[in-house]
Design a protein around this ligand. Structure first.
Ligand code: AP5
Length: 220
């Protein structure tokens, strides 16, 4: 598939590796990406109007309202360079978001060409999220697992702080997984008739997962 026709949505439960895979795929293909979760966290940290509005929702693991998310994604898509493909990490998450996305992309003449469905067991997702820490304040941020002693020592030796995301607390992880099951997983049935869903085993080495995705697209 030509790179500028890569119009991809990364889909999967919290912890499936959407952001991790997004980084790998950006190195592989000349595409641009938007992580709605990262964008919302940055707005919350900066205390913008949007950030103040969504701060509590993020900490509770609830979704931001469709109207806000659709307006945000519309603005981003309308400003995309026409010669680049794109990857959406974390959008759409509800049926109204998926319907609006189809409408916007049809208006722009750039329909989705792939939905990557990252499949991961609940127990592995809970392990990854429960142990996730961000090594902060010692050069570029690094995401590590609390059980990775070497990475923990390296971070502390550099004077870094180990920070846990507010939505990675155990009760919020459960809430996020429930929200995924109730509101986001039904999107798979929505996209199935479009014939663009690529289901990928998201367990194991991140690079191996990326290879599975690339293989799935490049044989199309
Ligand atoms: P968002 O940040 O998108 O959270 P999420 O979907 O819950 O996803 P995560 O970032 O936790 O997981 P991921 O699948 O990206 O995996 P990652 O690569 O990070 O959204 C946050 C919040 O914003 C939402 O809860 C909601 O409130 C709001 N929001 C966002 N979009 C919205 C929308 N469209 N509508 C409404 N609200 C919205 O990896 C997770 C961990 O696992 C990391 O520690 C990583 O290092 C590790 N890991 C990844 N891959 C592997 C691997 N292969 N092996 C071992 N460890 C791995």
């Amino acid at each position: 598939m030509p790179d500028n026709r890569m119009h991809i949505a990364l889909f999967g439960p919290p912890g499936a590796g959407k952001s991790t895979q997004s980084k790998f795929l950006l190195k592989r293909w000349p595409i641009v990406s938007l992580s709605t979760g990262k964008m919302l966290r940055e707005e919350a940290a900066a205390g913008t109007e949007l950030g103040l509005k969504v701060r509590e929702l993020l900490g509770r693991g609830e979704l931001v309202d469709d109207e806000t998310m659709i307006a945000t994604i519309r603005k981003w898509l309308e400003n995309l360079p026409p010669d680049k493909g794109f990857l959406l990490d974390g959008f759409p998450r509800t049926i109204p978001q998926a319907e609006a996305l189809d409408e916007i992309l049809n208006e722009l003449g750039r329909p989705l060409t792939g939905v990557v469905n990252l499949k991961l067991s609940v127990s592995e997702a809970v392990y990854r999220l429960g142990g996730r820490r961000i090594c902060y304040g010692a050069g570029p941020e690094e995401i590590i697992h609390i059980n990775d002693e070497e990475a923990v020592d390296r971070c502390l030796a550099r004077g870094g702080l180990l920070v846990q995301r507010a939505d990675d607390l155990p009760n919020v992880i459960v809430k996020r997984l429930n929200v995924y099951e109730g509101e986001t997983e039904p999107l798979l049935a929505y996209y199935r008739p479009h014939n663009i869903v690529l289901t990928v085993d998201a367990s194991g080495d991140p690079e191996a997962v990326a290879q599975r995705i690339v293989f799935g697209f490049e044989k199309k």
